[in-house]
Write a protein that binds this ligand. Structure first.
Ligand code: PLP
Length: 394
C-alpha cells in the first residue's frame, strides 16, 4: 500500500475530470420519474445515494471517503463540529439505563455534555484515570460504552487502547476514542481495537483555523447507528466546509511533521529552563506517557503544556503571557499558528492531588520558524522574576 503522504494526495478525489473535488450545492435532488424516486429512497436505507441535500452530496462524500481512509474504517459520517460528532455518537449508542465510562482527561465540554444532557435521558456516567491500572473496576453491569480520549486533553495522558479493547470486547462494551490529537495520522484508534473513532476536523484536518467540522468513523457493525442519529437529529455539513477540510488534509502530513518537530524542540528547550517545573508532551522522553506513545503512535503534534515553578505567581506569569508577540490567545489548536492558553488544574488529574501544581500553560506550536517562537518564549521567561530573587524574597 502507498504511504499515508501519497494517499493524502489522492484520497477523496473524483475518479476523473476535476483534479480537485468541486463544491456541490443543493437541497432538492430531482428524479426522472416516481419509480426512480421510490427506488432511491429504498436504496438509501443501505447505500450512499444522492437523494436529498441533508444526506450529503459529492463534496461531502469525498471528505467522508478521505476520512474513512485516513482513520482506517468502514465508513464515516460528518458533523458540523467535533462536539456535535461526539454528542451524536453518545446519543446513537446509549439509551436510558446505560452507563458510559469516560476517561478523566477528556475534552472538557464532554464532561458538561454528560452532566447536563445525558442525565436527562437516564444515561449515567463516571470517570476513570489514565494511570489507574485497575480501571476495569469502574465497569458496571450496565456499562455500554467506554469513551476514551488518548492522548487526553491538556496533559496528553495516553491509554492502553489495545488492552482496553480486549476487555471491552469480552464484555460486549463499545470502545469509542476521540482521535483529535492524532487526527488519523499520528494515531489510529480503530487499528488499536476501538469500535468508533471521533475527531474534530476543526483542528489538524482543517488546519487553517477557518472551518468547523467533526467526523465519526466506524467499522461495519456500528455505522448504521451513526447514520441513523445524523438523519434523526438533522446533522449535516456544508459543502464549502467539506471542501476546506479536503483542501486542508492534502498538506496534513507535512504540517503535522513540522508541528511535531518544532514542538519537540521547544519542549526539550523549555524542560531545561529554571522557571519551568515540568513539560507535558508525549514525544518527550521524560514524559510519563512516552513508552505508550512510542508503542501506539506513529507521530506527534504541536501541543505541549508547561507547569511553571510553583514559586512563580499566576499574576507574574499572566502579565508576561499578555506581552507575547507571536503566540495568540485563543481557543482551539491545529491551525497553522501558535497559540497559548492557561490550563485550569481543576480540569486535569491534578484536581485529585493534594499538592496544587504550578501555573499550567498550554502551547500550540504553529508553523512559524521555531527560532522565532523560542525568542517569544524567551522574552516570556525573561519577564518573570528570576527564581533566585524569588527565593531571597521568600
Ligand atoms: C476541539 C476538540 C473537540 C471539539 O471540536 P469542535 O470542532 O471545536 O467542536 C473535541 N475533542 C477534542 C479532543 C478537541 O480538542
Amino acid at each position: 500500500m502507498d504511504a499515508k503522504s501519497t494517499r493524502l494526495a489522492h484520497m477523496g478525489r473524483p475518479a476523473s475530470g476535476w483534479a480537485n473535488t468541486p463544491i456541490v450545492k443543493g437541497s432538492t435532488y430531482l428524479f426522472d420519474n416516481l419509480a426512480q424516486w421510490r427506488g432511491t429512497r429504498k436504496q438509501r436505507e443501505t447505500q450512499r445515494v444522492l437523494s436529498y441535500g441533508a444526506r450529503g452530496n459529492e463534496t461531502v462524500y469525498a471528505l467522508e471517503d478521505a476520512v474513512t481512509e485516513l482513520e482506517g474504517g468502514y465508513r464515516s459520517k460528518l458533523f458540523p463540529t467535533g462536539l456535535a460528532a461526539i454528542a451524536s455518537t453518545l446519543l446513537a449508542c446509549l439509551k436510558a439505563g446505560d452507563h458510559v465510562l469516560v476517561s478523566e482527561g477528556v475534552y472538557e465540554p464532554v464532561k458538561r455534555l454528560c452532566a447536563t444532557q445525558l442525565v436527562h435521558y437516564g444515561i449515567s456516567y463516571s470517570y476513570f484515570s489514565a494511570h489507574d491500572a485497575d480501571w476495569q473496576r469502574h465497569l458496571r453491569p450496565e456499562t455500554r460504552m467506554v469513551y476514551a480520549e488518548s492522548p487526553g486533553s491538556l496533559l496528553y495522558d495516553m491509554l492502553d487502547l489495545p488492552g482496553m479493547a480486549q476487555v471491552c470486547r469480552a464484555r460486549g462494551i463499545l470502545l469509542c476514542a476521540d482521535n483529535t490529537w492524532g487526527s488519523g495520522l499520528a494515531y489510529q484508534p480503530l487499528a488499536l481495537g476501538c469500535d468508533i473513532s471521533v475527531a474534530a476536523a476543526t483542528k489538524y484536518l482543517g488546519g487553517h483555523s477557518d472551518v468547523m467540522m467533526g467526523s465519526v468513523t466506524t467499522g461495519p457493525a456500528h455505522f448504521d447507528a451513526i447514520e441513523n442519529v445524523s438523519i434523526n437529529l438533522g446533522q449535516t455539513v456544508a459543502a464549502e466546509d467539506a471542501f476546506l477540510v479536503l483542501r486542508g488534509l492534502r498538506t496534513l502530513e507535512l504540517r503535522m511533521q513540522r508541528h511535531a518537530q518544532s514542538a519537540l524542540g521547544v519542549a526539550t528547550w523549555l524542560a531545561g529552563q529554571p522557571a519551568i517545573k515540568s513539560v507535558f508532551h508525549p514525544a518527550l522522553p521524560s514524559d510519563r506517557n512516552h513508552a505508550l506513545w512510542r508503542r501506539d503512535a506513529s507521530g506527534s503534534n504541536g501541543l505541549l503544556t508547561v507547569e511553571f515553578n510553583p514559586q512563580l505567581s499566576r499574576a507574574q506569569i499572566e502579565e508576561a503571557v499578555d506581552q507575547m508577540r507571536l503566540f495568540g490567545i485563543g481557543s482551539s489548536w491545529g491551525g497553522y499558528e501558535s497559540l497559548v492558553l492557561p490550563v485550569d488544574p481543576a480540569c486535569t488529574r491534578f484536581a485529585a492531588q493534594a499538592a496544587a501544581p504550578g501555573y499550567l500553560l498550554r502551547l500550540h506550536i504553529g508553523l512559524e520558524d521555531p527560532a522565532d517562537l523560542k525568542k517569544d518564549l524567551d522574552s516570556l521567561l525573561d519577564a518573570l522574576p528570576s527564581l533566585s530573587q524569588q527565593q531571597a524574597i521568600a
